[in-house]
Design a protein around this ligand. Sequence first.
Ligand SMILES: Nc1ncnc2c1ncn2[C@@H]1O[C@H](COP(=O)(O)O)[C@@H](OP(=O)(O)O)[C@H]1O
Ligand SMILES: [Mg+2]
Ligand SMILES: [Mg+2]
Ligand SMILES: [Mg+2]
Length: 352
Amino acid sequence: MSNPYILEKRVAIAAVLRACSLTSAVFNNLVKGEKLTKDDKSPVTVGDFAAQAVVNTILAHSFPDDPIVGEEDSAELRGESNSNIRDRVVGLANDSLTAKLIEGEQPAWGIGPSASHSADDLLDAIDRGNYGGGRTGRMWTLDPIDGTKGFLRGEQYAVCLAFLVDSKVQIGVMGCPNLPIDAANPDGRRGCLFVAVRGHGAEQCSLSNLHEHPIPLRIPPYSPSTFNLLESVESAHSSHGFNERVSTALGITRQPTRMDSQAKYCALARGDGGVYLRTPTGVGYVEKIWDHASGSLLVEEAGGVITDMRGEPLDFGLGRTLGENFGVVAAGKEGHAKVIAAIKKVKEEASK
Ligand SMILES: Nc1ncnc2c1ncn2[C@@H]1O[C@H](COP(=O)(O)O)[C@@H](OP(=O)(O)O)[C@H]1O
Ligand SMILES: [Mg+2]
Ligand SMILES: [Mg+2]
Ligand SMILES: [Mg+2]
């Protein structure tokens, strides 16, 4: 069957590419004071706000009735105390939207030299991301910069966009501007785009040239000699201690690969690491759908399995969060079964 969502895929790729150029420019030139701290104490930069404004503006042009669950909102930018940050966000978003069209892009998508927007329009675009989510209908979910802490540290981050119908992810697009194109050559060229379409596979290509070496992604069969953990850099996001016990129970000798953002799903999908393991740290944090939607489809379309730590599927139909889920386990089929068994063993031992 052909992909029924061709336009959605093309627009999503265009939006993520523009957002990646924007975030890369900020990454290379982040000026002190261009970030805020949110109520939950997490950081947000001018790059996060501007990237959400750009992606939501582009989505609104092609799909004006589609709701969006986006991570950021514009409340902090509207007050006079942050007017310098607001001006920078507006400037960045307009620079991105008005950049000249590249092959495959259409002016009707709200981009190109005449697509300048007012500050109010761009703040409103950010707030198009305030949809509460739900079980039925079309919707998008966006993480304009996933791994903001990695972004600020100068490490990995990802622009992540997913399109869902009836709470099932149909398209996942992720841009990883700092990820080496070839994992075997970590000092080589960087910047990858990952695209997954349900029922149509997953592929990686270069962010700078979509025609350059598109690689179909397939998680390789389980192999004890190469299998290791992909986990958060931040120990507050995933329990490094619990992960280590699971690793030991699996007899893994390789060190975990620590990486920020959904770039972990991308690494897994191309066979670079064995399992993405995210284990709750016990502070009652509830996972957000934008942190996993696009990555989950990438893993599935690369032949893998994704569940929580109990082996339950992730449910993207519960609202903006994944609700009562317990972490994330994503791996190839055989590796996934082994990890779920190891988690059970570690939990049983802990309760003795
Ligand atoms: N206590 C916590 N437990 C799990 N995830 C958390 C968390 N606090 C924040 N996060 C999420 O972890 C994401 C980064 O994941 P990772 O650790 O894999 O890089 C953050 O995304 P943002 O950077 O988009 O805010 C944020 O949504
Ligand atoms: Mg954040
Ligand atoms: Mg995130
Ligand atoms: Mg984010």
